[in-house]
Design a protein around this ligand. Structure first.
Ligand code: BG6
Length: 464
């Protein structure tokens, strides 16, 4: 087995539209659910200006070319192209992404485009969002349009970012709680929409490749008690396999079906769905990974309220099924996210074993409160440490036989964290703004920039 990264391994960096672009009402863009999302904490940087990537994309891409990345993962803002979600096209928005693609081509950076990353057009949300079938139709129209428009310039595509986390952590990401029955009707619509994206990409783009992009983390049982193992079985299914089984195998798996049945959730199928599910499949799996999750049984617990507040699902509670448990063997970062690089390797092995498709990691990274020194430096050795540990496990997964084709980390540039504003920074490139003040938006290279640059130049070889 290989003990080095393949010569064509894709080293990359990732962002999303609403967390970076800003310009939320510029040049004809419609509003999205991220622009209107109620925020518990109004002091966090809003997304209306974000890090002004819309106006500074040329500078950002030039910096990324200096970094040496081969692939840049970004998302299109659906409402920039269709301000009302469907119907009239906004030519300025269409042109903007052509310009971005031209800029990437100039530096030979391959685009990896997410069709939608948490920012559904508000006009569609007003009609019922993913709870109603018409949103699937609007998504088909949008996907068809962008594949035709950009297919000559972009060959690698991703569908809808983390539908699993969007539904599980709805309050944090969308600003509202979705009742359970509606949530899983949304699941069905999101997954059918994704199937149409697979179909349209393959029909419209010569050599086009497309994959789903869920957040996948193995769920561990808190103890060897059979009840805890059962809890892990259910949460693995609800959090992870329900999504990938639908995408890659075209089915509702049995454990997930049992979960739905016990919750008295009935999914409405359209007549064509059975065929759509079982006909269109992805070419690869894109996986976002931050941490693993541990659960114990919540079978006989009556003293709890169902809920979840945390991205990493550690505090999930679902009576009768599972309850989050703090893994005593793992440490945490300063934002309370559990760290588990080995868990990334075993998650990769499990995903590969189940689906036998190439995998690309499209998110993995450390959110931290970086400090800009007076001489314009950011000494983020903690991020380098995090990356070193995780990339080591990528190589271990490859050595163990996983067809891992790339690693695109979160994030290329500082952006507004979904949950915690800009005080939680992820980038290689620091952006001079804070929670309340927009400041200069000047870009500074962090120490991790030089480290990743060197790593890419060595195709992943690390000095110990
Ligand atoms: C993923 C999302 O869930 O996690 C990103 O796809 C997000 O959009 C990332 O930024 C990290 O989460 P957070 O809350 O720290 O921004």
């Amino acid at each position: 087995m290989a003990n080095e990264f393949p010569h064509d391994f894709l080293w990359g960096a990732s962002i999303s539209a609403h967390q970076t672009e800003g310009a939320y009402q510029s040049e004809g863009k419609g509003l999205t659910v991220q622009d209107t999302r109620p925020r518990e904490d109004q002091t966090i940087a809003d997304f209306t200006v974000a890090v002004d990537h819309y106006h500074r994309y040329k500078e950002d891409i030039r910096l990324l070319s200096e970094l040496g990345i081969q692939v840049f993962r970004f998302s299109l803002s659906w409402a920039r192209i269709f301000p009302q979600g469907r119907g009239k096209v906004n030519l300025k928005g269409v042109e903007h992404y052509h310009n971005v693609l031209v800029e990437l081509a100039k530096y030979k950076i391959q685009p990896l485009i997410t069709l939608n990353h948490f920012d559904l057009p508000q006009a569609l949300e007003d009609e019922g969002g993913w709870s109603v079938r018409s949103t699937v139709e609007a998504f088909r129209e949008y996907a068809l349009f962008v594949f035709r428009e950009y297919g000559a310039q972009a060959k690698m595509w991703l569908t809808i970012n983390e539908p699993n986390i969007m539904l599980l952590v709805d309050k944090k990401i969308l600003g509202k709680e979705i009742p359970l029955a509606q949530k899983y009707q949304q699941f069905h619509h999101l997954m059918i929409a994704e199937k149409y994206a697979f179909q349209l990409c393959h029909e419209q783009i010569a050599d086009g490749k497309i994959g789903p992009v869920p957040n996948i983390s193995l769920v561990y049982a808190a103890t060897s008690k059979p009840e805890d193992n059962e809890a892990a079985l259910y949460f693995n299914s609800v959090r992870n396999w329900a999504y990938l089984d639908f995408s890659c195998l075209g089915r509702y798996n049995a454990v997930f079906q049992d979960y739905l049945r016990k919750n008295k959730v009935n999914i409405q199928f359209a007549p064509e769905d059975e065929e759509v599910m079982t006909t269109h499949f992805p070419d690869f799996i894109a996986m976002n990974f931050y941490t693993t999750v541990t659960v114990e049984s919540a079978k006989n617990r009556v003293d709890m309220k169902n809920g979840i507040s945390d991205q990493q699902s550690e505090d999930i509670v679902e009576k009768g099924f599972y309850k989050g448990f703090t893994n005593p063997y793992l440490s945490k970062n300063e934002f309370n996210w559990t760290l588990d690089p080995l868990g990334m390797k075993t998650t990769l092995q499990t995903v590969y074993d189940r689906y036998h498709l190439p995998i690309i990691i499209t998110e993995n990274g450390l959110g931290a409160q970086d400090v800009l020194t007076e001489d314009g430096k950011i000494h983020d050795d903690y991020r380098i440490q995090y990356l070193r540990e995780h990339i080591t496990q990528c190589l271990a997964a490859i050595e163990a036989g996983v067809d891992l084709i790339g690693y695109s980390l979160w994030s290329a540039i500082d952006l507004i964290s979904v949950h915690e504003g800009i005080r939680k920074r992820y980038g290689f490139i620091y952006v001079d703004r804070d929670e309340k003040n927009e400041k200069s938006f000047a870009r500074y290279k962090k120490d991790s920039f030089a480290w990743y640059q060197n790593l890419i130049a060595q195709n992943g070889k690390m000095e110990v």
